[in-house]
Ligand binder design. Structure first.
Ligand code: G3P
Length: 217
């Protein structure tokens, strides 16, 4: 399973990248706004800064919701860097645009996926990545992991090539469950990635080893 970090915060991206386990970055307009990135030029520069930090797939989201607008914006984003993946919302014109990008060699990430039907359409259009929002499904009192599992099953029996990019990850257990059900990618906040490191028995065990090591140092 690939690990992406889900943030526009450069310090957090660098910290995850320095761990040596990072395969890419996802962003969205909300994450950009959280970092105080304002204006088209600043947003474009920020994407390039991220690409210069991480050698992996970097999702950059379009704002337009009509076919011509999505295609125009996507072309600009794709031209910023070879690693840019154009992130397109799961709407009718978004599907048309994903098909257009697929036919023209531009990689895409279909975002805001909340059902198996949406995941089927995105795969049919040739999306490189399809992003089910796990945490937001959990927020509705349903199980987001069930959706990941259902999409995995459908893609496997149908031979769809899109990669399942589990998004809206909220905790380390989400990451473990995604690995269990066969997500291709997990995009996570830094805290959830670092949470995988933690176990009290590791801390207790290490403290004991270090203490005993003093005896023969
Ligand atoms: O990748 C999508 C993600 O940014 C949404 O996460 O926590 O706002 O549901 P969240």
């Amino acid at each position: 399973m690939k690990f992406f970090i889900d943030t526009a915060n450069l310090a957090q991206i660098k910290e995850a990248n320095d761990l040596g386990i990072l395969d890419g970055v996802t962003t969205n307009p909300s994450l950009m706004a959280k970092e105080g990135i304002q204006g088209k030029d600043a947003v474009m520069k920020h994407y390039v800064d991220i690409c210069n930090l991480v050698d992996g797939d970097i999702s950059a989201e379009v704002i337009a919701t009509d076919f011509d607008g999505i295609v125009a914006e996507g072309k600009v984003l794709a031209a910023l860097h070879k690693n840019i993946i154009v992130k397109v919302p799961m709407i009718k014109d978004g599907i048309k645009a994903i098909k257009y990008f697929t036919d023209n060699g531009i990689k895409t990430n279909c975002t805001l996926i909340f059902s198996a039907g949406q995941a089927i359409l995105a795969a049919k259009a040739g999306a490189t990545y399809v992003s089910p929002f796990l945490g937001r499904i959990d927020d509705m009192g349903m199980d987001g992991i069930d959706l990941i599992q259902q999409i995995r099953h459908i893609y496997d029996i149908q031979g769809f090539q899109s990669e399942i990019l589990a998004a809206s990850i909220r905790n380390p257990l989400h990451i473990i469950k995604c690995a269990e059900v066969g997500a291709d990618v997990c995009t996570c906040p830094l805290d959830s990635i670092l949470g995988l490191l933690k176990h009290p028995l590791t801390d207790i065990g290490l403290a004991k080893f270090l203490d005993d090591a003093k005896k023969f140092a």
